[in-house]
Design a protein around this ligand. Sequence first.
Ligand SMILES: [Zn+2]
Length: 425
Amino acid sequence: MKFTPLRCLLPVFVLLTSISQLPSAHLLRADDAPRWELLDPFQRTMTRAEFPSRLDRVFSPTGVFQKFLTYDGDSVLIFDDERHEQRLYQLQFATDARRVVKRTFHTLEELPALKNPPDQPLRGLRIALDPGHIGGEFARMEERSFKMNDGTAEQEAVQNLIVARLLAPQLEHAGATVLFTKNDLKPVTDASLEQCREPAEKYVRENVATRSDVRAMGELAREAFLLDAVRKRMELEFYRNAEIRARAALVNDRLRPDLTLCIHFNATGDGDKPAPDNRLLVMVHGGYTPGSVDTPQRKFELLWKLLENSHPTELAAADAISRAMAADLKLPPEPAKFDPNSAVVSDNPFVRARNLIANRLFHGPVVYLEPYYQNNPTTYARLLAGDYDGERVFDGQRRRSIFREYADAVARGVIEFYARHTVAR
Ligand SMILES: [Zn+2]
């Protein structure tokens, strides 16, 4: 009898180690050396056709990453430089057999196996709620305390947390296990602001002190300017890097959700100018910009997100949730102007792909919600009104609490999305 290679007897290789066993190790800073072996479980999981197509369409539509690649038969070589001299990693493509990785989340293909009853479409699913920002004593530092004219200040962290708390019981009622990255106004990170001094000083030394306008300042003025710049950078290092990395470690090591919902309210960037209307923006991961893949660690992070293959599930979830929110909140999409920081990845005008620190570092599908503009006068009044039963009048219109409106729409979108895939028919 002719010898049959094992590969033909087992068309699918099941990898017994989970990809999440060493996740925090990849929460390195941009200039740290990545641990490339963490990508090894993804060898031979994606085909030669899928890899460039996912890059071109979602992750690197402007070609910023492709210039570091050389295709070589059934593999691709990743280099640190455009001249392809410093080789970082070689990824093998799946050929006649696709290796299967045990992921921490259910992919679209795996959802039907849940065979859920119609009244429990989320049974067996873990949903993480990530109410954005820290709030409380940190709200002014993170520039997420907002007031119009001489009105009362509202903190976005508070608004996001109210929505998360209203959303959780609805998802639990539909069978989900709901997990919070945070459920108060304290930071998740145990880092102190002072611990952020060293990276802040390095950043200011390399990027601010070298500027010609700064070098032209008088000695004392320059000293004061740089001290202030270090303080501002320390704060950014704290509330963005340290805080989001701590949340990512929590999501990746302990929560291991099927879906993470990042809950935010949007604002237009025109300072104190009131926004004339309200719109809806929902983000998935992708749309890398020039400069965003300039270190080995950044290249590693792009590859991790691409190869963990959360994109199809993430995009399908974002599509369903955004359509429910647009209909129930009656919000139009953002204008279809070209935005260099985001990419259009489907025909859904509400969904854009953007490379945010949270949706890059969190494992698994992440849907990032940015409805309304806080600096729209009606929205501002509705936010200040807090959560309430029934309806109240704003601008001559009877309105439900903005928080219930938001939470109910997201719940409907999430439940309808999963029901389509999990309910036994
Ligand atoms: Zn926000």
